[in-house]
Design a protein around this ligand. Structure first.
Ligand SMILES: [Zn+2]
Length: 209
């Protein structure tokens, strides 16, 4: 199986391909197209997956957005879905928050998720659950500004509708709290679609903790 962030790489490369097909220089197009198709193939090959029959369908100058989306959904079968934490695990991750519920998994696109993030607009909060480098669930929550602005997300590093996320951290020396944060995608589903490297998520977590 490939990881959700690798699948995000595939999606990014397919949109690059669609852009190339629209431009009018056939020679340059062909060279660029071959590079991108190779990059897509590599993502699957390094994970021992034969997705060649699906990937070949991208090799088509008349490829439409809809057709590309349907090939992408065929490729979803090769993606490892995000493992949802149990109710007990969620309780353990957020001991201070009572009766916290994650969004129901049937409303989530688990193959498109490197992390689970959801908002509680009434409390101006965002909750995040992810697995760290040793495959252990970690949780974090913080204030999320209700005001969205156009800007770059500190997690996926894409331009998007972002909002200021602030995490309360205890400073070691005197026990007082400080707030650390940055602008991140307001909608974590959008963020996950652009998150092409899990290290970007870990870097963000380190930065705000
Ligand atoms: Zn983002």
């Amino acid at each position: 199986m490939i990881k959700a962030y690798e699948f995000a790489q595939v999606m990014i490369k397919v949109s690059q391909l669609l852009k190339i097909y629209k431009t009018n220089d056939p020679t340059t197009n062909k060279a660029q197209k071959n590079i991108i198709l190779d990059e897509i193939r590599t993502i699957f090959i390094v994970n021992d997956i034969d997705a060649s029959s699906q990937i070949e369908k991208f090799d088509d100058i008349r490829l439409s957005k809809q057709r590309a989306a349907s090939i992408i959904s065929e490729l979803k079968q090769f993606v490892e879905p995000f493992e949802m934490p149990s109710i007990k695990q969620v309780e353990k991750l957020f001991k201070k928050v009572k009766k916290l519920k994650t969004p129901p998994s049937d409303q989530l696109d688990l193959q498109m998720m490197s992390y689970l993030g959801w908002n509680d607009p009434a409390a101006n909060r965002k909750y995040m659950i992810y697995k760290d480098q040793s495959d252990t669930f970690k949780g974090m929550y913080g204030e999320l500004s209700p005001t969205k602005v156009k800007g770059f997300c500190s997690i996926c590093q894409n331009e998007s509708d972002v909002a200021l996320f602030l995490n309360k951290t205890k400073s070691n020396s005197d026990g007082t709290y400080t707030k650390k944060g940055d602008y991140i995608c307001y909608d974590s589903n959008v963020c996950n679609q652009h998150l092409d490297d899990i290290e970007k998520l870990y870097q963000f977590v380190n930065k705000v903790q």
